[in-house]
Design a binder for this molecule. Structure first.
Ligand SMILES: *Cc1c(COP(=O)(O)O)cnc(C)c1O
Length: 234
């Protein structure tokens, strides 16, 4: 599995080049390696290659895998989170990329307070209004923002999106740009700081970086396609 280390290096290089092309400092773009469906043995390859920022999208799966991996790994949650799982999630993850309602944000804030934690949260935006995806509608987000900004135990890291899947990465550019413009507009309107933009996946992370992504979530470019290799321990 030496190819995982090779793929990881290649992706990081592409991240750095995309940042450079757009006049940005590569250190301003984090690479979140998405390990969903892959076994602790496979994930260990990434850690041994010196990369510690990892993402999972299912709490149940994360709950069994994370304790088997070194504590040096830093985990971000990128899937849909139910309120009744918030406590579990905050025990495992330092950031939640997928906060999609004011109720969930309030709940995370309360639980974080009880646990004495201060997780970073990204507000997931469903700008295209896709039915099968969660996230704030733009109007909703604007309405909720004053209350979100008042939460004391979570750090508003910024915005996150999963744009509609398209063949050509260039076609995703306008979605990424819109998320950045939305962020810029909200920062100005509410005199708020929303520094992070979690956007871009294997297919389109370079375009996302050119449009301002601060963290890209990349899985299959590093591990290969999911569901092809044997991905869990027998
Ligand atoms: C699976 C997943 C990714 C990574 O997708 P790849 O195409 O494998 O890079 C990124 N973001 C979210 C929310 C995901 O669920």
């Amino acid at each position: 599995m030496a190819e995982i280390a090779t793929n990881l290096r290649a992706v990081r290089q592409r991240v750095d080049r995309a940042a450079g092309r757009s006049g940005r400092d590569p250190s301003g773009v984090e690479l979140l390696v998405v390990t969903k469906t892959w076994s602790p043995e496979v994930i260990t390859e990434v850690l041994e290659a010196g990369h510690e920022l990892l993402g999972e999208n299912k709490l149940q799966e994360a709950w069994t895998k994370i304790p088997e991996l070194p504590a040096s790994a830093r985990w971000h949650f990128i899937g849909h989170l139910q309120r009744n799982k918030a406590r579990k999630a905050l025990g495992l993850f330092e950031a939640i990329h997928s906060v999609d309602s004011l109720r969930l944000a309030h709940h995370l804030d309360r639980v974080a307070g009880e646990l004495g934690k201060r997780p970073r949260i990204y507000l997931q935006v469903n700008a295209a209004g896709e039915e099968n995806k969660s996230g704030f509608a733009v109007v909703e987000l604007r309405e909720a923002l004053p209350e979100l900004l008042s939460l004391e135990n979570v750090e508003l890291a910024g915005l996150m999106s999963i744009p509609p899947a398209v063949e050509d990465p260039e076609a995703a550019r306008s979605s990424f740009r819109k998320l950045r413009e939305l962020r810029d507009g909200l920062e100005e309107e509410f005199e708020a700081s929303l520094p992070g933009l979690s956007m871009g996946m294997s297919h389109d992370f370079e375009v996302a970086i050119e449009e301002g992504a601060t963290i890209v979530r990349v899985g299959s470019s590093i591990f290969g396609p999911r569901g092809v290799a044997v991905s869990t321990v027998p």
